[in-house]
Design a protein around this ligand. Sequence first.
Ligand code: UDP
Ligand code: MG
Length: 330
Amino acid sequence: MTATEVPATGAGRAPKKTISYALPVYNEAGCLRLFHQRLVEATDARPEYDYEFVYVNDGSRDGSLEILRELASADPRIRIVDFARNYGHQIAITAGIDHATGDAVIVMDTDLQDPPAVSMELVDAWERGADVAYAQRRTRKDTPFKRFTAHAYYRLLRRLAEVDIPVDAGDFRLLDRKVADELSRYRERNRFLRGIIASMGFTQVAVPFDRDERAAGETNYSLGKMLRLAVDGVTGFSTAPLKAITRLGFVTVALSILGIVYALVLRIFFPEISVSGWTLLMISILFLGGVQMLSLGVIGSYVGRIYQEVQNRPLYIVREIVQHDARETA
Ligand code: UDP
Ligand code: MG
C-alpha cells in the first residue's frame, strides 16, 4: 500500500509502513536468541513502523530451527522459511527477500556482525529518499587475513567488473519494495547479490558503520565458499578473464614465433649444435601447456555456469513455512 492510499478506517492517518527483515540462518544456535532480542530492542525504539522478520533456515544442523520455532511461537511477526537443505548465503538471502512483504526489506546477517541498531539508520536513509541504502564498513573486526583478502578483492572486482560495485559493502542493506520486486526477477543460480543490486541503478546511498565480531560460533564462510563467491562476482559481471585469455594468446603466439625463428636459425646455420635447443624445447612445451590448461580452465568455468543456468532448476526448495497467527499468542 502506498502512503497516498487512505485506509477506510484511519480517518486521514497514514497507514504504518512495514519494514521486513530477511535473515539468513546457518548453524547460528549460539547467536540466535541474543540476535533476535537485539533486533527487537532496535525495532521497538521505532514504533512508527510495523515489522516482519523472515528467518531463512538454510539447512542448519545445530538446532537453530528449534530455537527459531520457539522464537516464532512467542513473536507472531516472525516467519520461518525452512530450506530442504543448505543452499548457501546468497540463496538464503534471496529466499528472505522473496518471502518478505514489507515496504522495505533489510538484509542482514544473524551473527550480530551487522548491528541491528544500524538497520534503523538504513531506514532513515530510505525515508530521505534512498531506494537502496547499503551499510558500508568503516572498520571490521575480522582476522587480518580476511581483512586483507576482502580489501584486495573489492578493489580487483571494481577494476574488472563492468558495473560499479561499492567497495567495503557486504549484503547488509535496505531495499525499497520496488527494488526487491525487480530483484526477484533475477533468477541466476550463481548469484552475487551486491553486484546485481549495484547494476540495477535507482538511488543508492552508503551508510557507514563499524562491523562487529561474531557474537558466537564461527564463520560459515570457509575459504572455499569465499573463493566461489569471489569468482561468481567476477564471472557474473565481467568477461575480463575471457578477454585476458585472448591477450595471453597473443603474447604466447609472439613468443612462440621468436622461438620458432631461433630454432630454425640454429638448425640451418649451426646444425652441429642444434641439439642444444633442448632447454628451449622443454620450456616452450611446459609454458604452452600451462597457458592452455589455464585458458581451458577459465573457459570451462564460464561453460559450467552456462550449463547450470540453462538447466534452470529452482533456486531453492522450501520444506516448510512457519508463522504463528497473532491471535493465538495475543
Ligand atoms: N549463512 C547461510 N548459509 C550458509 C552460510 C552462511 O545462510 O551456507 C548465513 C549465516 O548464518 C550468517 C550469514 O549467512 O547469518 C553470514 O555468514 P557468516 O557469518 O558465516 O559469514 P562472514 O560474516 O564470516 O562473512
Ligand atoms: Mg558473520
